[in-house]
Design a protein around this ligand. Structure first.
Ligand SMILES: NC(=O)C1=CN([C@@H]2O[C@H](COP(=O)(O)OP(=O)(O)OC[C@H]3O[C@@H](n4cnc5c(N)ncnc54)[C@H](OP(=O)(O)O)[C@@H]3O)[C@@H](O)[C@H]2O)C=CC1
Ligand SMILES: O=CC(=O)O
Length: 319
């Protein structure tokens, strides 16, 4: 008998075909709009789970006594309760690598858009306010030759550093728990303790995973250390930042502006003050979202899942 797999996010047709050849597949294109109780019912007999964002908690796993593998279509896996998965012998996988350049493009684009106030200017033109005079109130700040501090110089951090160093002649500072000789040699990056990075950077870009250690890593104290001319970019996870402190720092001009792809709560609440601030550029957690990259991620996630169910070691097993 075929093993049963639940796919709870929309995936390309060829990925579904691949899975259908090997497994019995229950497909929910969008769990948010479909029956969650039906999903929980199906979970009882499922061996594999493929999707993204869903919180894989103790409560959910209690509905899944036969589960062998959970395959995330994302690199971040802060939605997994790893302790619970480990204690039940359930494998967990993610999709690193294939999304690096696309995400770096988005985050560097967000940095440029924030520095040069592009969404605001787009609205200015489209709303007919452009009357031919050059208005100093619309000036942005330079990106080239400035100091970029990257917190979390991993795969995506490095790809951002590459763009900044070769494309924009930026000086790169970085902070990790460990030093990285490759970025120091290739992009002339300088390792800094967090506080020093915050004090010296014109742009602070956060790219760490969300873990107990990075929870609210950037809060009131950290915003106080930053220059009042600095721009804060968060492409990682909203929970890595104390959002109340960020709002205050922006409202009080403690920092100049922020570009955000991620938020404490997603989707962001409609009355979140961040949405009212002119010095904030927002994106809807869209870092890896091009058709090409999302297809690659879904394919890789399906391959990880298939490997796990066929008794092989998945390429992207989370240890
Ligand atoms: N906005 C979006 O759409 C996307 C967001 N992401 C987010 O970006 C994150 C990073 O992805 P990726 O670059 O592939 O991951 P990597 O694992 O390659 O890099 C993470 C980096 O963070 C550093 N890090 C981890 N913990 C800490 C800490 N406590 N303090 C300082 N640095 C730390 C690590 O270095 P060290 O171990 O030396 O500390 C490492 O260099 C993902 O986990 C995800 O949350 C990813 C893809 C898309
Ligand atoms: O946020 C996206 C991811 O892949 O992680």
């Amino acid at each position: 008998m075929k093993q049963k797999v639940i796919v709870y996010r929309k995936v390309p047709k060829d990925v579904l075909t691949l899975l259908n050849e090997k497994f019995e597949v229950k497909y929910y294109k969008n769990l948010e709009t479909e029956s969650y109780s039906d999903f929980l019912q199906e979970l009882h007999t499922a061996h594999g789970l493929l999707g993204s964002s869903l919180k894989i908690s103790k409560e959910l796993l209690d509905h899944a006594p036969n589960l062998k593998i959970v395959s995330n279509i994302s690199v971040g896996y802060d939605n997994f309760d790893l302790e619970q998965l480990n204690s039940r012998g359930i494998l967990a996988t993610n999709t690193p690598g294939v999304l690096v350049d696309t995400t770096a493009d988005t985050i560097f684009g967000l940095l440029l858009a924030t520095a040069r106030r592009m969404p605001e200017l787009d609205l200015y033109v489209k709303s007919g306010k452009w009357n031919g005079t050059k208005d100093e109130d619309l000036f942005g700040v330079d990106v080239h030759h400035k100091v970029l501090g990257i917190i979390g110089m991993g795969s995506i951090g490095k790809a951002i550093a590459k763009r900044a160093h070769f494309g924009f002649d930026m000086q790169i500072l970085y902070h990790n728990r460990s030093q990285n000789n490759q970025v120091e040699n290739e992009y002339n990056a300088e390792y800094c303790e967090l506080d020093e990075l915050l004090k010296r950077s014109d742009y602070v870009c956060l790219m760490t995973p969300h873990t107990p250690e990075t929870d609210k890593l950037i809060g009131e104290r950290e915003f106080r250390l930053m220059k009042d001319s600095s721009i804060f970019i968060n492409g990682s996870r909203g929970k890595n930042v104390d959002e109340e402190a960020l709002i205050k720092a922006l409202q009080n001009q403690r920092i100049l502006a922020a570009g955000l792809d991620v938020y404490e709560t997603e989707p962001i609440n409609k009355d979140n003050p961040l949405l009212k601030l002119p010095n904030v550029v927002t994106l809807p957690h869209i870092g890896s979202a091009t058709k090409e990259t999302r297809d690659k991620m879904a394919r890789l996630a399906a391959e990880n899942l298939a490997a796990g169910l066929e008794g092989k070691v998945p390429l992207n097993l989370i240890k």
